[in-house]
Design a protein around this ligand. Structure first.
Ligand SMILES: O=C(CO)[C@@H](O)[C@H](O)[C@H](O)[C@H](O)COP(=O)(O)O
Ligand SMILES: [Zn+2]
Length: 194
């Protein structure tokens, strides 16, 4: 089991290294977009399934409360938290629409939709992106995969940050790193003194 520990750690690090090598410019581009959204009165709407739902909530909390700097709250909302909304849409219509209807209710052209999916193929995330795009929102996806990078989300997003790995856990670990580094950069750019 000790071998598993070190092998797992090495693969996790490799996923992050490969991602940063490929995506550094796109990461910085996204931090610019997020800063512009906040400065122009827009908000982030974030969504995903399973571990990525947890990521959506985690990231929204960093922006609304704080990351490393005490500053004004920034508008970010996870579409994964209201069980009444989620269960009624899934029950009355379809689970595929749980994010679509929330985007229709809350999304404005000045907002940014951020979908998180390790496969890039979760139908409810893909459909929500199509809806966000039709509203005129910026659309960004965090995905993973090597054979079809970005999956179905690649066709419906303005920017795809894809982790070149086929391991769902290592993709998720890289997404969490990405979420934290984005918070750090956006906070520094908007509120840092150095
Ligand atoms: O956290 C994990 C696996 O590590 C799971 O809960 C995982 O997020 C779920 O199976 C999701 O439904 C996978 O969806 P996606 O990442 O392909 O969009
Ligand atoms: Zn997980």
């Amino acid at each position: 089991m000790k071998t598993l520990l070190s092998t797992n750690l090495i693969y996790s690090i490799m996923a992050k290294e490969a991602f940063v090598k490929e995506a550094a410019d796109d990461i910085l581009r996204l931090t610019e977009w997020i800063r512009e959204v906040f400065e122009d009165g827009g908000k982030l709407l974030i969504f995903g399934n399973g571990g990525s739902a947890a990521d959506a909530q985690h990231l929204a909390a960093e922006f609304v409360n704080r990351f490393l700097i005490n500053r004004r709250p920034l508008p970010a909302l996870a579409l994964t938290t209201d069980t009444s909304i989620l269960t009624s849409i899934a029950n009355d219509f379809s689970y595929d629409l749980v994010f679509v209807k929330q985007i229709q209710a809350l999304g404005k052209p000045e907002d940014l939709a951020l979908g998180i999916s390790t496969s890039g193929n979760s139908v409810n995330v893909v459909k929500a992106m199509e809806t966000a795009r039709a509203i005129g929102m910026k659309t960004v996806a965090f995905t993973g995969g090597t054979t079809r990078p970005g999956g179905d989300l690649a066709a419906v997003c303005d920017l795809v940050l894809n982790v070149p790995s086929d391991s769902t856990p290592h993709i998720q670990e890289t997404h969490l790193w990405l979420e934290h580094v984005i918070c750090e950069i956006v906070e520094k750019q908007m509120f840092g003194t150095t």
